[in-house]
Design a protein around this ligand. Structure first.
Ligand code: HEC
Length: 111
């Protein structure tokens, strides 16, 4: 191996290790999404919705929701469905702002 190639290889290796180190601490959004997925079960969303194979198909399937609506719309929907769509059948759920943020992040991640 020529010295220049060796230096380049070592530099790439270093970058790879740095990336691996960063992956150990999940970025805030990853935690939000995990929290939202948990809330989706705990808040009873899966009692009316499916996400792929999980849940009950009373309301629409939410599997590709993140590609359908911007995150901001989803958060507004969670705060009060009827305000977004006056004839909505989905009940307004008692969600804290923190829960809205987590559920919004989770729903946005569904592509
Ligand atoms: C009692 C049944 C019920 C529960 C519980 C429920 N939903 Fe819904 N949801 C619906 C129905 C029905 C719709 C279809 C729109 C409408 O008519 O309200 C809907 C629509 C939606 C939509 C819009 C989908 C679209 O494509 O426009 C989102 C997002 C959503 N629900 C998320 C949730 C989340 C997250 C929860 C839990 C916090 C939840 N829902 C709990 C019945 C429910």
């Amino acid at each position: 191996m020529r010295p220049r190639t060796l230096a380049l290889t070592l530099a790439l290796l270093g970058a790879g290790l740095a990336a691996a180190g960063a992956a150990q601490e999940p970025p805030p959004n990853v935690k939000r999404i995990a929290e939202g997925r948990k809330l989706f079960i705990e808040s009873g969303c899966h009692g009316c919705h499916t996400v792929g194979a999980m849940g009950t198909p009373i309301g629409p399937d939410l599997a590709h929701l993140g590609g359908k609506y911007p995150p901001d719309y989803l958060r507004r929907w969670l705060r009060d469905p009827a305000e977004q769509r006056p004839r909505a059948h989905m009940p307004k759920l008692e969600l804290s702002e923190d829960q809205v943020q987590s559920l919004g992040a989770y729903l946005s991640s569904l592509r």
